[in-house]
Design a protein around this ligand. Structure first.
Ligand SMILES: [Fe+2]
Ligand SMILES: [Fe+2]
Length: 272
């Protein structure tokens, strides 16, 4: 029987975006089926995920300073924005499967794996929804250069599950909650109904990904008898390069189990 970790590694080593996300959906469904039939920890297995996930030949990965900035009001600007979102979603698929594969051997209740498989399944849907929008606009994922630094957080935290939870769902995905409403507004004003619908699905589901991060971070703090707030600050300062950018979406962050004293002390000083 294929273990969950093996399934995760298969997704991570698949290069093409549409194929990767199809595999991700299939393996998530398979895992839910296994769980319904009583599979538990023993079905997680152990694996050796690649240092970096396989990626398609395009987009070209460049330094973020070299990613062209286009006016958000123009059609090119909206395509560039969706292309950046597709890139983030594809990375998120790999980040969640990497969470499963890399930390599968740690002692967690099976709900830990269920949550990250669910998140990976949703990221796969997000990638496809945004790719569909790009294609309807005459573009596609790979048509523009993309941010090369997306895997850095994973590399920096490859040996530290608490650091991984702090930086990936609780900082990077929480940032998505801050910026998505503004993006939805841009597409609403341009009349792009399919992009608005896709971004609204993403916005709703991303709250749960941040919440999974907060839930398992607090679980580990409780088990290790650590005070969550200062522990979070220490880990983010260690692994995240730079300050957090306000304005924050305090309401959605609260929905996701992130209270203001978690992020405000890490914010850029000028805006405090
Ligand atoms: Fe997503
Ligand atoms: Fe997410």
């Amino acid at each position: 029987m294929t273990s969950l970790t093996q399934m995760a590694c298969e997704v991570l080593t698949c290069a093409d975006g549409r194929e990767k996300t199809a595999l991700s959906h299939a393996h998530a469904a398979r895992w839910r089926e296994m769980r319904a039939q009583g599979a538990g920890r023993e079905a997680v297995g152990r694996g050796a995920p690649p240092d970096r996930p396989a990626r398609p030949a395009l987009p070209e990965l460049v330094d973020p300073r070299d990613v062209l900035r286009r006016k958000p009001g123009s059609p090119e600007g909206r395509i560039a924005m969706l292309h950046a979102v597709a890139h983030i979603e594809l990375n998120a698929v790999d980040l969640h499967w990497d969470m499963v594969a890399r930390f599968g051997h740690l002692d967690f209740p099976p709900g830990f794996h269920d949550d990250w498989v669910q998140a990976a399944d949703e990221e796969s849907k997000h990638f496809n929804l945004i790719c569909d929008c790009l294609e309807a606009m005459g573009s596609h994922y790979g048509a523009l250069p993309a941010h090369a630094g997306m895997w850095r957080a994973a590399e920096d935290t490859k040996d530290d599950i608490m650091g991984r939870l702090a930086v990936v769902p609780m900082v990077l995905e929480a940032r998505g909650l801050d910026v998505t409403p503004g993006m939805i507004e841009i597409f609403r004003r341009s009349g792009a109904k399919d992009a608005v619908a896709a971004l609204e699905i993403i916005y709703g589901e991303e709250v749960t990904h941040v919440a999974y991060g907060s839930k398992w971070f607090h679980f580990l703090c409780g088990r290790e008898n650590l005070d969550p707030t200062p522990t979070f600050h220490t880990l983010v300062r260690r692994y995240f390069h730079g300050a957090l950018k306000p304005p924050f979406n305090t309401e959605k962050r609260a929905d996701a189990g992130l209270p203001p004293d978690f992020y405000w002390p890490l914010a850029e000083r000028a805006d405090r």
